[in-house]
Structure formats: structure tokens, C-alpha cells
Design a protein around this ligand. Structure first.
Ligand code: NDP
Length: 451
């Protein structure tokens, strides 16, 4: 993809970055889109170049890589690779999830960590950007195997994190169960109970609404977008991809707001249920996800639904689309199908599910598009609220946290909207989110000197 990077300083940083990290395509896409969209602002701020803000912004402050040895149930040893990318701590301790999935390596973690810097800045909370994980694949592993893996992973990671240094959370492949096992191991090694991880269980420092936060936050953000378009969810048909944490709670919230979700998916394919995936059917999908079963099981229970093996849901006619599974879900050909099928809004629940070419196509064809760094920031926002509750040694009610989440998503929306209007085009949430998130981090980096 050719990025339209109009500012000379941004272009110089981009040329250097794309030559140096030619093998890191996902990271380059994340950085390229940011450098393209912040160009008009960089034009007006020569002090950024004088203090090398961009060269510093695109290089992680630190990358930690380590081996993770563990034994399976038969006593056979295995070794995976573990990582923590501590990208930027200008506005707060590094904060970002841990992903356990075979695709995990420096490219994926640098893209996620880079996105996290601006996402966390957008939340208005004091959190820097980081990301970590391992190429461990939990599919087909027993509970004991996953627990031993988590303990081994934390046995190295613990020395690099801390409540005021770096506070990881879950991500794809890391849910509440894994966070709890890692938290237990951290406590055992350090003999200290601190809020070093978020997404913890409610009995030991977790926040109400954290499991729901990313999916609910996504739909709160979409509600704000729809309000600008003069409409809402009532009676509207939605495509959701994924069947994990984000997809489940996005679907729940759409149902609550009177919308109808007709698709969900996993890495084996998607299901289409024209009658809508209501609360009871969603509970069954949640059960399937918890037991690591395939989504094709759904059509055995609900025989009017159809399963499409190896396919994505973007060819189905609907009003709004919410990619909530993983990166690279919507390519340009998928964007063409979405437009042809009358989709009016695409909001990313996952991180970078939409390729840059596809974003350009959607925007050029009048589809309102929300990037993940704004639309899925609800998860990390409630993680930030969990950190506050841990520091204060208290717990807020479900209603309090939900109200704070809604308020933060509305602020993120309005900041992105107003910034796009000022510096780019009205309704261009990609530019609005990037510029707003960038300015706060850049100001902090300049104030703190060359470090
Ligand atoms: P989960 O592990 O709970 O769920 C991920 C889902 O995506 C699973 O259903 C998985 O299916 C499916 N999936 C994986 N690969 C593919 C594929 N190639 N095609 C279709 N489906 C696929 O993860 P989360 O819901 O937590 O995260 C989903 C996305 O949201 C990620 O991009 C994550 O970074 C992002 N995100 C998550 C946040 C959170 O709070 N959890 C916060 C912000 C962003 P299968 O079971 O077959 O593997």
C-alpha cells in the first residue's frame, strides 16, 4: 500500500522505517497509517522534528524476549517464545494485553504495541503503550498444560513488570482464567499483592464490567457514530465476526439496543442465523467458546442456521459490520462486498482487522469507519479503572463502571470527531483518532526531553 504521507519529516521517518523493518508488514501498516494521517499536524509543529519525536515514537523503548519451557501431560518438554514490547511510557506505565497465539512474533506485537500507544492516549487515562505474549497455541491443550505454561511465562515476565512500570492484561487467547494463573504466579514469586495485571477475577481485585468492556464500549462508540448519522440500532441487522470475548459482548449490547446480529464466526468459518442470535443462542456460543468447541456446533442445535466452512461473513446483506476476531479480516475484496451489500457503518472490535486498502475503499464509498484504536478502547479504559480501584483499595459498582465506560467512549468519539473536523474531513475517524492520540503523547515526549 502506498501511503499518502505529505509531510517531509513524516516521509523521511517512513522511508527509514519501511527499509529497516521490511519484514514487519503489520507494524508498517500501523505506522504508515499514522504517519499519513498526522502529516497535516506535523506541518504546523516544527518542534517535533527538532526533538526527534517521530523517530522515537516508532521505536519501542524496550523489547524483552525470552524462552518459555513447559511440560505437557505426558511429561514431554516443550519450548515457546515469550515477548513483552514496552513501547512508550510518556503518559503512564506501559499498558496492553498479552496474546497467546501461533502468529505472535515481533511484527504482530510491535503493531499491537504501537496501536496501543495512541489508543491509551485516547482513553484520557494515564497509560503508556505496550503489548506482549507468546506463540503458544492453547487449542487442544488441557487445563493443566495451559496453567503450567502461564506459570512458566510469568516466571520470566515478573521481573519486567509492576503496578507503576508495566501492567499487562488479557488479549486473544488470554482470558480471565489465564490472567488469574499468571497473577497467582506473580504473587508467589514476589510475595506482593499489587495490581500488576488487569482483567483479574472479581474476588481478587478485578473490576466489574471488565469482561464486557471492549464489546460494550465498541457498541457505545457505534451508537455515537449512528447519532451523527441520524439513526440508531433499532431494527438494524448486524454482521459480527469472532465468537470470543469482544464478539460476545458486542452481540449482547446490540441485542439490548434493539439490533439483530445474524452472523458470528471463528477460525473454522461463520454461521448465518437470519432469525438473529438472541440471548439464549448467544449463551450457547459462549459455552462453545469456553469449551474451545467449533462454531459449526451451533447449526446442530439451531437447524435453521447455516455454517459456511472457511468463509468470512462479509458477503451477507446487512446494515452494520463489526469485525471482532483478529487482524486482517477485511481485505479490499471484502470491503467491496460490504459496500455492495449496503453496509453503512464498520467499527473495529478487533485490532486492525481491516487492511489499509479496504479502509480507503470503505471511506471513499461513504461507509462510516471507526478504527479499533478508538472503537475498541473500552477494554483498556476499564483496565485503567481497575488500576485506579486497586490503588484505592476499593470496588465500584457495575452501574458506576458502566457509566464511566460509556462516558469515556463518548469522549473518545467526540474527540476523534472534532479533531477530524479541524484537521481532516468530517467523519474521518481514522485521522481524528490518530491526531488526537498522537498530540498528547508528542507533547509529553517533548516535555520530558530527549529520552
Ligand atoms: P478471544 O481469544 O476471546 O477470541 C478471538 C476469536 O477470534 C475466537 O473466536 C477465534 O476463533 C477467532 N479467530 C481467530 N482467528 C480467526 C480467523 N483467522 N478468522 C476468524 N476468526 C478467528 O479474543 P478477544 O475477543 O479478546 O480478542 C479479539 C480481538 O479483539 C483481537 O484482535 C484483540 O486484540 C482485540 N481486542 C481485545 C480486547 C479485549 O479486551 N479482549 C481489547 C481490545 C482489542 P478460534 O476459537 O477458532 O480461535
Amino acid at each position: 500500500m502506498e501511503y499518502k504521507i505529505t509531510n517531509a519529516y513524516c516521509k523521511r521517518v517512513w522511508d527509514d522505517l519501511s527499509a529497516r523493518y521490511a519484514d514487519q508488514g503489520h507494524f508498517l501498516q500501523a505506522a504508515g497509517l499514522v504517519l499519513q494521517t498526522i502529516s497535516p499536524v506535523v506541518d504546523k509543529m516544527p518542534e517535533l522534528e527538532k526533538t526527534a519525536v517521530l523517530e522515537r515514537l516508532v521505536e519501542p523503548e524496550r523489547i524483552i524476549m525470552f524462552r518459555v519451557p513447559w511440560t505437557d501431560d505426558k511429561g514431554v518438554p516443550h519450548v515457546n517464545r515469550g515477548y513483552r514490547v514496552q513501547f512508550n511510557s510518556a503518559i503512564g506505565p506501559y499498558k496492553g494485553g498479552l496474546r497467546f497465539s501461533p502468529e505472535v512474533g515481533l511484527d504482530v506485537l510491535k503493531f499491537l504495541g504501537f496501536e496501543q500507544i495512541l489508543k491509551n492516549s485516547l482513553t484520557t487515562l494515564p497509560m503508556g503503550g505496550g503489548k506482549g505474549g507468546s506463540d503458544f497455541d492453547a487449542h487442544g491443550k488441557s487445563e493443566g498444560e495451559v496453567m503450567r505454561f502461564c506459570q512458566s511465562f510469568m516466571t520470566e515476565l515478573y521481573r519486567h513488570i509492576g503496578a507503576d512500570t508495566d501492567v499487562p492484561a488479557g488479549d486473544k487467547g488470554v482470558g480471565g482464567r489465564e490472567v488469574a494463573w499468571m497473577f497467582g504466579q506473580y504473587k508467589r514469586i514476589t510475595n506482593a499483592w499489587t495490581g500488576v495485571l488487569t482483567g483479574k477475577g472479581l474476588d481478587f481485585g478485578g473490576s466489574l464490567i471488565r469482561p464486557e468492556a471492549t464489546g460494550y464500549g465498541l457498541i457505545y462508540f457505534a451508537e455515537c457514530m449512528l447519532a451523527k448519522m441520524g439513526t440508531d440500532f433499532k431494527g438494524k441487522t448486524c454482521l459480527v465476526s469472532g465468537k470470543g470475548n469482544v464478539a460476545q459482548y458486542a452481540t449482547e449490547k446490540i441485542n439490548q439496543l434493539g439490533g439483530k446480529v445474524i452472523t458470528m464466526s471463528d477460525s473454522s468459518g461463520y454461521i448465518l442465523d437470519e432469525d438473529g442470535i438472541d440471548a439464549e443462542k448467544l449463551a450457547y456460543i459462549t459455552e462453545l467458546a469456553a469449551s474451545k468447541a467449533r462454531i459449526s456446533e451451533y447449526v446442530k442445535k439451531y437447524s435453521k442456521a447455516k455454517f459456511f466452512a472457511g468463509e468470512k461473513p462479509w458477503g451477507v446483506k446487512a446494515d452494520y459490520a463489526f469485525p471482532c476476531a483478529t487482524q486482517d479480516e477485511i481485505y479490499e475484496e471484502d470491503a467491496k462486498k460490504l459496500v455492495a451489500n449496503g453496509i453503512k457503518l464498520v467499527a473495529e472490535g478487533a485490532n486492525m482487522p481491516t487492511r489499509a486498502e479496504a479502509i480507503a475503499y470503505l471511506q471513499a464509498n461513504g461507509v462510516r469507519f471507526a478504527p479499533g484504536k478508538a472503537a475498541n478502547a473500552g477494554g483498556v479504559a476499564v483496565s485503567g479503572l481497575e488500576m485506579s480501584q486497586n490503588s484505592e483499595r476499593l470496588s465500584w459498582t457495575r452501574e458506576e463502571v458502566d457509566a464511566k465506560l460509556k462516558n469515556i467512549m463518548t469522549q473518545i468519539h467526540d474527540n476523534a470527531w472534532n479533531t477530524a473536523k479541524e484537521f481532516a474531513t468530517e467523519g474521518d475517524y481514522v485521522s481524528g483518532a490518530n491526531i488526537y492520540g498522537f498530540l498528547k503523547v508528542a507533547r509529553a515526549m517533548m516535555a520530558q526531553g530527549l529520552c
